[in-house]
Design a protein around this ligand. Structure first.
Ligand SMILES: [Zn+2]
Length: 291
């Protein structure tokens, strides 16, 4: 987008250009009718929860973890600022996985407390609800940047090769591929197609106003900061400690200083969730206009 496409070079600016540009935007998906998660119930249940498991994700590596529906998981920065790339699947059906694009369309470019991570079509239901975010104070900064993005994809060696010709093996895409393969006893080629666009946990990103380019900047995360979720369905997760570290300079290399990330799973007392039900599959009848 840094150069003007040739089609535009030859198109004279119309007389009413300013009027056309001045048209006010409308929100694509007004979300007032989205079923609202009962945060008060989740947070009360969380008070009763006991820790069940933990996984320490090594720098420039990824690890898998499982969270039964009705339990909680927390991702914590430990030792130093670090960004994490998160994949989520239905533990019982890998074809249902996190849908970054629709989550973005429904909630915006970055997510925080009270917002949900949605699953792929044809399932399209909440997989997880964010119940706590110690970086919720960050908001949107002067560059248009914010934290926990659903606008990036995941760093991957194919884009790296395209741009630099190199073969770097510890991008989040490869880390997630190895972790899923090891967890499920699959080959790398079987595991790779299951890797999908991520929630960039703790990553601070936006789009430049003048060129529309995706930017990152050093994450404001500090050790002790965390993002915590309620599992709406049985979840298999994979988290990569991105080779970009705090993503303040570069990724797709071993240059940045990297740190581990901690994942913890907590189970509440069963009666603490009375009234809660795991969300049903999406209600669309799937006839697609035939039959
Ligand atoms: Zn990455």
């Amino acid at each position: 987008m840094s150069e003007i496409p040739s089609s535009q070079v030859n198109t004279p600016t119309p007389a009413d250009a300013d009027r056309r540009r001045a048209v006010a935007p409308v929100i694509c998906y007004p979300n007032e009718t989205l079923p609202q998660p009962n945060l008060a119930t989740y947070q009360a249940a969380r008070e009763t929860a006991q820790k069940m498991d933990e996984v320490l994700v090594k720098p420039r590596e990824a690890s898998c973890f499982t969270v039964p529906a009705g339990q909680f998981f927390r991702i914590t920065s430990v030792e130093g600022p670090q960004v994490g790339d998160l994949n989520l699947w239905n533990m019982n059906d890998l074809s249902e996985r996190f849908f970054s694009g629709k989550t973005r369309a429904l909630h915006g470019t970055h997510v925080t407390t009270g917002e949900q991570l949605w699953s792929s079509l044809p399932h399209l239901r909440p997989m997880a609800t964010i119940i706590s975010d110690t970086l919720g104070w960050y908001g949107i900064d002067q560059y248009g940047g914010s934290v926990h993005d659903v606008i990036g994809t995941r760093c991957d060696p194919y884009t790296g090769n395209l741009l630099s010709g190199e073969h770097y093996h510890h991008c989040c895409h490869s880390n997630l591929t190895r972790a899923l393969a090891d967890h499920l006893g699959m080959s790398l080629s079987e595991a790779e197609p299951h890797i999908h666009d991520v929630l960039n946990v703790f990553m601070c990103t936006g789009f430049t106003r003048n060129t529309g380019q995706y930017f990152m900047k050093a994450s404001p995360v500090r050790p002790g900061d965390y993002l915590e979720f309620f599992a709406e369905i049985d979840l298999l997760g994979a988290l990569s400690a991105c080779p970009g570290g705090d993503c303040g300079a570069e990724h797709t290399s071993d240059t940045a200083r990297c740190h581990p990330l901690l994942v913890e799973v907590f189970a509440p007392e069963t009666e603490a969730l009375s009234g809660w039900q795991s969300p049903k599959q999406n209600g669309y009848n799937r006839s697609h206009g035939r039959g």
